[in-house]
Write a protein that binds this ligand. Structure first.
Ligand SMILES: Cc1ncc(COP(=O)(O)O)c(C=O)c1O
Length: 431
């Protein structure tokens, strides 16, 4: 009998009613060649599945659970908020508190709350277009900004600057307005700007890219983008949906000491509730309706439960900088353990880490700077590795092209157990 029998049974039921059995594709575990694990509950650094198996969780809901699962401070805040009301569709004081907190934490003057990272980036792009009166946008291959049409585009062949859709249903007209450049390659960006820079409304990027595995933005590159945007009157948008409040409290803006024109947030700022936000200087944000002509709205935007838990989450992070130290220390320890295991077993793999985020890339690669580099990773080896780790009670991301998320709830014991499991898994897959 499989350890994952109930998960498999529920999955067979799920595929009858939900496309692919899941509500977001990566959860289908397709990339690691198995059916998904159905989660029953979670506490601290641990997940429990419906078969009763326990895992040390390195997904953390893909970022939001930076304090671990069911942190008592978050649960209590949520319960207090819920006792007052769930949703009004009218303004509340707590939304003002949230907006103030974000503006005190990040170099933006005003913010608008939305319900997901996708909404945040989509709205920021509309605002950039409205503000500049330009149609084109520039993104980077391997950066993910959610699933709005303009952003589901990757690089085309070398001779053209606009890209190709990564989804059916994205129209040719939209593709023509989305230019795609190579990450960490300023020359590529300059070439595109020399061609049509005055038509480009914005550059959007993940300052620390974590959706092609972890690939950190380089300082010269990020600073260079700021200069190009200044020269051409193009807005610079930092997508801080992962990096904001996680890698450092002040995200990419703090890391690179670069002020973007607009920034997008999500994940952590909701403490586990569906939330997003975008913000920028007053002069730009005042163009958003009802003040200005850029329309954007949301029935559940600024939801009181999400605002309460989100504020609590951000306040805990602000008041306890040791959380970042703990997470980075744990990540470093994982890195050292994994590297020693790689050397001991002779498996071809490499750890890429930036502060508290890391990815274990399989394959011959030695340098991970952009999408072309990560494409060389050995995804079949990763799939084998993932399954070995799962059997040992470690929940890694079910794809080679994701980062490991560590929380303040991960203990030294968790990290040591993970390193031991990593060694055994590498031993098995190297045979
Ligand atoms: C950097 C980044 N931006 C945007 C998004 C989209 O956020 P959401 O899934 O909340 O729509 C994600 C999601 O993973 C992300 O990682």
């Amino acid at each position: 009998m499989s350890r994952y029998e109930k998960s498999e049974i529920i999955y067979k039921e799920a595929v009858k009613y939900i496309p692919g059995g899941v509500n977001s594709p990566v959860r289908a575990f397709q990339n690691v060649g198995m059916h998904p694990i159905m989660i029953d509950s979670a506490m601290g650094s641990r997940l429990k599945d419906i078969d009763g198996n326990e895992y040390i969780d390195y997904i953390g809901s893909w970022g939001p659970m930076i304090l671990g699962h069911r942190d008592p401070r978050i649960v209590e805040t949520m319960q207090e908020a819920m006792a007052k009301g769930i949703s009004y569709g009218l303004p509340t004081e707590i939304e003002v508190e949230m907006a103030k907190l974000i503006t005190e934490s990040y170099p933006v003057d005003m913010v608008r709350m939305v319900n997901s990272g996708t909404e945040a980036t989509m709205s920021a792009i509309r605002l950039a277009r409205g503000y500049t009166g330009r149609d084109k946008i520039l993104k980077f291959e391997g950066n993910y900004h959610g699933h709005s049409d303009s952003l589901l585009v990757k690089s085309g062949s070398g001779t053209i600057t606009h890209g190709v859709a990564t989804s059916l249903g994205v129209t040719e007209k939209i593709i023509q307005d989305t230019l795609v450049a190579r990450y960490n390659d300023l020359e590529d960006v300059k070439r595109i700007f020399e061609d049509c820079g005055r038509k480009i409304a914005c550059i959007i990027l993940e300052p620390i890219a974590a959706n092609m595995g972890l690939v950190a933005g380089e300082e010269d590159f990020i600073r260079g983008l700021r200069d190009i945007c200044n020269e051409y009157g193009t807005l610079l948008i930092f997508d801080e949906v992962i990096s904001g409040f996680r890698i450092k409290f002040g995200g990419g803006a703090e890391i690179f000491k670069v002020k973007p024109d607009l920034a997008c947030f999500g994940k952590i700022i909701g403490g586990g509730f569906p939330v997003g936000a975008y913000g920028g200087s007053k002069g730009i944000m005042e163009l958003v309706s009802p003040l200005g002509g850029v329309y954007q709205a949301g029935t559940l935007s600024g939801n009181p439960l999400a605002m309460s838990t989100g504020i609590k989450n951000i306040e805990i992070l602000r008041d306890n900088p040791n959380i970042y130290e703990h997470i980075t220390k744990s990540a470093k320890k994982l890195e050292e353990g994994f590297v020693a295991n790689i050397q001991a077993t002779g498996v071809k793999a490499m750890v890429v880490r930036y502060e508290g985020l890391l990815t274990l890339f399989f394959g011959e690669g030695k340098d991970y700077r952009n999408y072309d580099d990560v494409q060389k990773a050995d995804t079949a080896m990763y799939a084998k590795y993932f399954r070995q780790m799962l059997d040992r009670g470690i929940m890694c991301p079910p794809s080679q092209f994701e980062a490991i998320f560590i929380s303040s709830a991960h203990t030294d014991e968790d990290i040591e157990k993970t390193i031991r499991a990593n060694k055994e898994a590498l031993q098995v897959i190297s045979q």
